[in-house]
Design a binder for this molecule. Structure first.
Ligand code: TRP
Length: 332
């Protein structure tokens, strides 16, 4: 039986965090044998917020290096940079003409973002979910590993697939979400009721995959907790709950076992050990990423090869779509 196709991507908009790692990339590693995977560095998405060109270039290569350092294997999976496959922007245009304004205005992420960046309410931010639908639909994707914040966007991709198939003829696979058995939603270390974010203005709120060990230790020691003084897994103690989830994900040890070990002990030991576990776990990834970043020729080879494979798949789909829409076939 053919393997199911799986697609996911992360924006190269700044340094990725422990949240991206535990919530996304670490779950992708084990999927590479079971599924036919594509992992993209979605730079077209990143420019929906202002970027400095030089930094975007650096962040794109850095994210690619981090994918590889975390264990994404370019022999098994197609790893590519979104802007290297023009079909993403092209399909996105066609899908734009089939998406209703109302659908996009209902997107909660757009509503949140537009509140925060009212000085740069560009059309790209509004049609962002259409580009994401194009990413997914170009490859006949069956499964999309996503967090809860992307569910609404995936729903749009499904609706657009169904709409196009209905208006023309069967063309796109209708994708489904893929949710890892143990979903980790890593929260801010400073405001543990909010998701950990790389764009947090308070650097102590997040751990970057590039943070050195002493920075990690410092940030976890400063993590906001509560005055209960008991290491327990409870929604009433969001700070401790978050640290327990981080600890458990990093070590694959059950939360119950961890809680049992800290019975009758204060937060000091627990925080110090959590910091140790995170620092030790991230060290090989940081070292590997740094090593890869020095080998530009290798990174170049990886993204060129990925672009070739992705272009060949996406090009086929785009030709089909253009034909159905009524465009005269082109020679390039
Ligand atoms: N919008 C996603 C995010 O911000 C990133 C993304 C872009 C994506 N295209 C995708 C995720 C396709 C999954 C599939 O997290």
């Amino acid at each position: 039986m053919e393997k199911k196709r799986l697609f996911s991507g992360i924006q190269p908009s700044g340094k990725i965090t422990l949240g991206n790692y535990l919530g996304s990339i670490s779950n992708w590693i084990g999927l590479q044998d079971e599924f036919d995977c594509l992992f993209s560095v979605v730079d077209l998405h990143a420019i929906t917020v202002p970027q400095v060109a030089k930094e975007l270039r650096e962040n794109t290569l850095l994210l690619l290096a981090q994918y590889l350092a975390c264990g994404i294997d370019p022999q098994k999976s197609t790893v590519f940079i979104q802007s290297h496959v023009p079909a993403h922007a092209e399909l996105s245009w066609v899908l734009n003409t089939m998406t209703y304004m109302g659908e996009l205005s209902r997107m909660t992420q757009y509503k949140d973002k537009s509140k925060k960046s009212s000085d740069n309410l560009n059309a790209g931010l509004f049609t962002y979910p259409v580009l994401m639908a194009a990413d997914i639909l170009l490859y006949n994707t069956d499964l999309v590993p996503i967090g809860a914040d992307q569910k609404q966007h995936l729903e749009l991709a499904r609706d657009l697939a169904i709409r196009f198939n209905g208006r023309y003829s069967d063309t796109f696979t209708v994708p489904e979400g893929y949710f890892p058995p143990i979903a980790a939603r890593v929260m801010s270390l400073q405001e543990p009721t909010k998701k950990m974010s790389k764009s947090d203005s308070n650097e102590n709120g997040f751990i970057s995959l590039l943070d050195t060990e002493d920075v990690i230790v410092k940030k976890i020691k400063r993590a906001v907790t509560d005055s209960e003084g008991v290491v327990r897994y409870s929604t009433e103690q969001p700070g401790i709950k978050n640290l327990l989830e981080i600890y458990s994900k990093m070590t694959s040890e059950s939360i119950e076992d961890i809680v049992a070990r800290y019975e009758g002990r204060g937060y000091g030991d627990f925080k110090a050990d959590t910091a140790e576990v995170v620092a030790q776990g991230l060290r090989p990834i940081r070292e590997k990423a740094e090593e890869l970043l020095k080998d530009k020729a290798y990174l170049d080879e990886v993204y060129r090869d990925g672009a070739q494979r992705a272009n060949s798949m996406a090009g086929k789909m785009l030709r089909k779509v253009f034909k159905k829409v009524g465009f005269i076939p082109r020679s390039i």
